[in-house]
Write a protein that binds this ligand. Structure first.
Ligand SMILES: Cc1cc2nc3c(=O)[nH]c(=O)nc-3n(C[C@H](O)[C@H](O)[C@H](O)COP(=O)(O)O)c2cc1C
Length: 195
């Protein structure tokens, strides 16, 4: 089983990096898995142009680092994506990445309109990790919706999320009473036997 972990914060070793590392630690403790980590901050990727090329051709016209990512997004049986809250959404970097998954969605549409299904024979699952500084009741509404539709676009079933409020300074999540242990536990369950 391939677990693809996508780090969506521009801040290296920040809170969502730590959450993702803990999630992976749990996953590795629970099952024999292959692991690929993607740090969006290290990729050179442009925003979606809305050019419609993928509608016609099923692939993105832009030749940047996303071209190496697409096969992983299509292949991984488990995908976890993490982002801090930026202005009540995911980070700009993570949003560019998510927007570029449109090419995979359009490929799926194109194939299905031409009578070819590209549904994976195995059940693929996705999970979302998020942290934000404030306490608002609806703090995670927008990023959770974005994560759900990202996974839907790439044909991955949304398994759930772990979101933590009042996490701001770099490393603040280390002082949360349960966050990293919660991430470990969810990571283990995410790849657990029989799932
Ligand atoms: C540009 C920017 C925008 C932010 N917007 C919000 C926000 O709207 N709501 C919030 O609660 N926190 C906001 N934050 C705080 C981050 O979500 C918080 O510091 C988070 O823990 C950072 O995670 P990281 O260490 O993984 O980058 C913002 C931070 C930055 C830098």
């Amino acid at each position: 089983m391939l677990l693809l972990a996508i780090y969506g914060s521009p801040r290296k070793n920040g809170n969502t990096d730590l959450m993702t590392d803990s999630f992976i630690e749990g996953a590795l403790s629970a099952a024999e898995i292959d692991l690929e980590r993607i740090y969006i901050r290290d990729l050179q990727i442009s925003g979606c142009l809305g050019c419609g090329y993928c509608d016609k051709h099923g692939v993105c016209v832009q030749q940047d680092h996303m071209q190496k990512v697409y096969p992983l997004l299509e292949k991984a049986e488990r995908i976890v994506i993490a982002s801090p809250i930026y202005f009540y959404g995911i980070s700009g970097q993570a949003k560019l990445f998510v927007d570029r998954s449109q090419a995979l969605f359009m490929r799926k549409q194109k194939n299905s309109s031409e009578g070819r299904s590209i549904s994976s024979p195995v059940a693929r699952k996705g999970f979302f990790l998020c942290a934000g500084a404030t306490r608002g009741k609806r703090l995670f509404d927008c990023p959770v919706l974005t994560a759900k539709y990202f996974f839907d676009a790439i044909d991955v079933a949304y398994e759930g999320e772990l979101c933590f409020r009042e996490i701001d300074e770099k490393g603040a999540v280390l002082h949360h009473p349960s966050a990293l242990e919660d991430c470990r536990r969810k990571g283990a369950a995410f790849v657990g036997v029989g799932r």
